[in-house]
Design a protein around this ligand. Structure first.
Ligand code: TXA
Ligand code: MG
Length: 390
């Protein structure tokens, strides 16, 4: 389905209900609205309206067996959507909601099959974002919302990304600037014997354990048998940019810089072997500290020191390295908030290859490495499902 006009609502501060009434009415009338949250932009529809939810899958090109998160403005709205015990959910929500935590609970009959892909569970989140909360309150219906990207594109962290992917396919986008976390919420399944983190995010296993006294299992650590019914979204390759993504591992900045060096040299060697003509373009995503340690001695014409901008371009006859410094120091929260943005930028520029700096897998680093590994093709996508994306 195409739409004649996509309304772009630019939020002015202080935020008034007037600014959001149009969007709330679109939702109430069965239309789709892309809205900001603290994690990424979401593509919302009234969760009780099956036709509206079906339109989400169509606009995104999303496989219908991948369930959606239902967004509500306050904990009192959860009861109607669920059955079974809410004890752990309530404890976690009073600690971390509104916030980047999604809990999977047993669903009530009110939640249509299309939202949960036929599962008997439902994922619920209260976003910590003033505009999102105001919209949810005004719409006064639970809002099913996946990330507002076309399936297989990185999740949008700015309204412009949503516009790129979905203009002409949805009636309304609310523009309220950049998302602060830049990566999707932690998805925590509370329906099994033990809590399971299906997707790592800003709320960590330590934080969850501190509140409920039980350490959640990470989904990747489950056996296939345990995992199958629980983590439908995990089997798809996500966040894939056009260019191949390589990860530069290493404990310290020096080690990772050396690894970047090696990967660039290999890339050039391969280009020489296959006699590719013209420049090779490499997109480099790293901290400035790491980038400044790169010494490409065997590629003398590359000058990495030319620019101290956040983004810069260095030339040689053969090689262009387009660098994107996410911060001056290697820090997972900063890397996480810029990763999807950088992947989209590199796609737009049209790089041949992307090299990204690995970071320690603790705290937000676990979520960052999870998304980066998936972008590098390390998702769990079984071969026969290739092409399935969220
Ligand atoms: O931060 C976020 O969570 C963003 C913002 C918009 O809230 N939303 C988001 O939605 O990332 P989406 O659809 O892109 O990712 C939702 C993930 C998918 O991996 C899906 O499989 C999983 O949550 N999920 C949803 N419902 C589930 C359920 N009932 N059981 C297990 N996993 C579920
Ligand atoms: Mg998504």
């Amino acid at each position: 389905m195409t739409i004649e006009h996509t309304e772009l609502i630019k939020i002015r501060k202080p935020l008034t209900d007037d600014q959001l009434l149009f969007a709330a009415n679109v939702l109430r009338n069965g239309g789709l609205v892309a809205f900001p949250t603290e994690t990424v932009y979401g593509l919302g529809a009234n969760a009780y309206d099956e036709a509206a939810v079906a339109a989400i899958f169509e606009a995104k090109g999303r496989p219908s067996d991948n369930p959606l998160i239902v967004h509500v403005p306050s904990p009192d709205k959860i009861e109607a959507l669920t059955t079974g015990s809410l004890d752990q959910a309530k404890m976690l929500m009073s600690a971390y909601s509104p916030g980047p935590l999604t809990v999977v609970l047993r669903r009530s009959k009110l939640v249509p099959d299309i939202v949960t892909a036929g599962l008997d569970t439902v994922a619920i989140r209260i976003p910590a974002h003033d505009t999102a909360l105001r919209l949810l309150k005004l719409a006064d219906v639970p809002v099913a919302a996946p990330s507002a990207n076309r399936s297989g594109r990185p999740s949008p962290t700015r309204a412009a990304h949503v516009y790129e992917d979905l203009a002409g396919l949805i009636p309304c986008i609310i523009d309220d600037g950049a998302c602060s976390y830049g990566l999707e919420s932690t998805v925590l399944d509370l329906t099994g014997k033990k809590p399971v983190i299906l997707r790592p995010g800003a709320v960590t296993a330590d934080q969850i354990e501190a509140v409920i006294g039980i350490r959640p299992i990470l989904a990747a650590g489950l056996t296939d048998d345990e995992q199958t019914p629980r983590a439908p979204g995990m089997k798809y390759r996500h966040y894939a940019p056009n260019a191949n993504v390589l990860i530069a591992y290493g404990d310290k900045s020096e080690d990772r810089a050396r690894q970047i060096n090696k990967l660039v040299a290999e890339c050039l060697h391969e280009a020489n072997q296959t006699q590719i003509s013209g420049n090779i373009r490499i997109g480099l995503f790293s901290s400035r500290k790491t980038r400044e340690m790169i010494r490409i001695d065997n590629i003398p014409s590359v000058n990495f020191a030319a620019s101290t901008d956040v983004k810069g371009l260095n030339h040689s006859d053969k090689l262009e390295i387009i660098f994107f410094d996410y911060a001056s120091e290697p820090r997972a929260d900063a890397a996480a908030s810029e990763l999807f943005f950088a992947l989209r930028e590199f796609d737009e520029i049209g790089v041949d290859m992307i090299i990204a700096e690995a970071l320690p897998e603790d705290g937000m680093g676990l979520a960052y490495m999870n998304r980066l590994t998936k972008a590098a093709g390390g998702g769990e996508a079984p071969k026969h499902r290739a092409g399935g994306k969220t």
